[in-house]
Design a protein around this ligand. Structure first.
Ligand SMILES: [Zn+2]
Length: 387
């Protein structure tokens, strides 16, 4: 048995199988504090409770104030030299007036708002820190924002700044229902297509008009043809607007699209194709001069390709094999804060947190056994990465 294996073996065998009561209390406290993304006061209360826990461990807590009273909490040891990030968020999707407010402890699960997304992830960060040697504790930086459920549009810049130069990042979002980790995220690209036609009386002189609603419906079909599910490039037309009155030939119409992709090169080639399609395809009218079609980009979130997680995934696979652990990592179509960090050259792994089911729903729950298995595996993974 080599030295390294001995450390892991001891670590796996000495941990108990149940969630420690102090961890459970910390988790229930956090779940019972409403921290909807829209409630800064609620997020502040959660931050206070987290800071108490950090201080118990002798860690320093720094708060970065951002626009619109948003904040990032940075927690690390005195004289830290971070080599690994623990990333998370304090906000949840449950509003202050939602009927789902409190944690319920059941036999094998804990139910509660945000219990997996991601208050148990935050508790897990501290449980892992407690298992680390003082020397390794200095190599961890915890970053918690409060607008993740809104897309981290305010916090992402600061998040990147505080992450730059740190080689590893673990994102404590929940694992998938079967315990899988997340190795890649789709990117998101929202755009709008506007069609301008010509109004006319629908009864008197319909031939004088050019119907933008009808034109748009044709353009949507053309754009949809650019989808490439094999490459995980999907297009959803989620919203259509157009026209004013039933008896007027529709003058203006627009459609809003959600595009998901993995490889940024596929997005670039889509944009070129879209441009060419809108320029060169025949307008579906014989009055071309009266029709204009334009597109504009609305929102984009960079994808996290699997190359960003390759390094940690390979370490995790070897570790799992050695310790007879079931490690699986997969792709998901939604985004997390890992998307915002994926261009910094940080090796990332997502879905590190405990898991359960019904995320973002009034039945959200965490499997208690998942806490224990994540604690064992992720602690060992952190030790291995920092070795
Ligand atoms: Zn989350």
């Amino acid at each position: 048995m080599n030295h390294l294996f001995f450390i892991f073996f001891s670590l796996f065998s000495c941990l108990s199988n149940a969630m420690e009561s102090s961890d459970q209390t910390f988790l229930i406290d956090l779940v019972n504090l409403n921290s909807s993304s829209h409630s800064i006061e609620g997020c502040d209360r959660v931050r206070q409770r987290i800071s108490q826990e950090a201080k118990k461990l002798g860690l320093n807590v720094r708060t970065f104030e951002l626009q619109e009273k948003r904040k990032i909490l940075m927690i690390e040891a005195q004289d830290a030299q971070p080599e690994i990030l623990f990333i998370g968020h304090v906000d949840t999707v449950f509003s202050k007036d939602s009927s789902f407010q409190k944690a319920t402890l059941l036999k094998e699960k804990i139910k509660g708002p945000g219990v997996i997304d991601m208050k148990s992830g935050i508790v897990l960060m501290f449980s892992i820190l407690k298992k680390l040697s003082p020397q390794n504790r200095k190599k961890v930086r915890i970053l918690l924002n409060d607008d993740e459920e809104l897309g981290s549009f305010i916090s992402q810049k600061k998040l990147r700044e505080l992450s730059r130069g740190i080689p590893y990042g673990l994102v404590f979002e929940p694992g998938l229902a079967d315990g899988s980790f997340v190795q890649s995220h789709s990117g998101v690209f929202w755009f709008e297509v506007d069609v301008k036609g010509k109004a006319a009386h629908a009864g008197n002189h319909p031939e004088r008009g050019v119907n933008a609603c009808l034109q748009l419906s044709q353009w949507i079909q053309e754009i949809q043809k650019l989808e490439n599910p094999k490459k995980k490039l999907t297009i959803n037309v989620g919203k259509i607007e157009g026209g004013n009155q039933t008896n007027v030939v529709c003058e203006n119409a627009k459609a809003f699209f959600d595009l998901r992709y993995v490889d940024p090169r596929d997005l670039e080639s889509f944009k070129k194709q879209l441009h060419i399609t809108l320029k060169t395809k025949t307008v579906f009218s014989d009055k071309k001069e009266s029709v204009s079609v334009q597109w504009r980009h609305l929102v984009s979130i960079h994808s996290m390709p699997s190359s960003a997680s390759e390094k940690i995934v390979s370490v995790a696979k070897k570790l799992a094999k050695k310790n007879h652990f079931d490690f699986r990592a997969t792709h998901v179509g939604y985004a997390s804060d890992a998307n915002h960090l994926s261009t910094l050259g940080i090796s990332l792994l997502v879905g590190v947190g405990p898991y359960g089911g019904h995320m973002h729903h009034s039945e959200e729950f965490m499997k208690i056994s998942s806490y224990d298995s994540r604690l064992k595996f992720v602690t060992a993974l952190v030790q291995k990465l920092l070795f």
